[in-house]
Write a protein that binds this ligand. Structure first.
Ligand code: THU
Length: 136
């Protein structure tokens, strides 16, 4: 998909992320998060954060999103939107930028609190699958 991501698509991603946020399991932080992504083939997938009594085992919304992506048959992310409990756009944490990087399309863009950014802008000089090529 080489078309621009227009305002209507961003709005639908914001709505999907907000709906996912409503399913968050976050009794410890009380900080619900929802994420949604448009895949290259036009599908929209989503995820929410899922916390645990063993706090460090918390799954970010992006974790469950990439799980849904793979379980749904795989794909590449064209556009991504993440929201907090108030529905405001949320920047993915560093670990989650790496998770998203794995499944990016070459044109992937993210909505951020500083506007639309490319994957390369939010995770420059990333380590990725290409670094594992040509290994013995
Ligand atoms: N969280 C996410 O789901 N994604 C992020 O990118 C940032 C943080 C969640 C993890 C935890 O459940 C809560 O936000 C507070 O850190």
């Amino acid at each position: 998909m080489t078309t621009e991501i227009d305002d209507v698509v961003w709005e639908s991603l914001r709505e999907a992320a907000t709906a996912a946020m409503a399913r968050s399991y976050s009794p410890y932080s009380k900080f619900p998060v929802g994420a949604a992504a448009l895949l290259e083939d036009g599908r929209v997938i989503s995820g929410c954060n899922v916390e645990n009594a063993s706090y460090g085992l918390t799954l970010c919304a992006e974790c469950t999103l990439v799980g849904a992506l793979q379980m749904g048959g795989g794909g590449r992310i064209r556009a991504f939107y993440c929201v907090d409990g108030a529905g405001a756009v949320l920047m993915p944490c560093g670990r989650c930028r790496q998770l998203l990087y794995e499944f990016r399309s070459p044109q992937m863009v993210l909505m951020t609190s500083h506007g639309i950014k490319t994957m390369d802008e939010v995770l420059p000089d990333a380590f990725g699958p290409e670094n594992l090529e040509n290994q013995q």
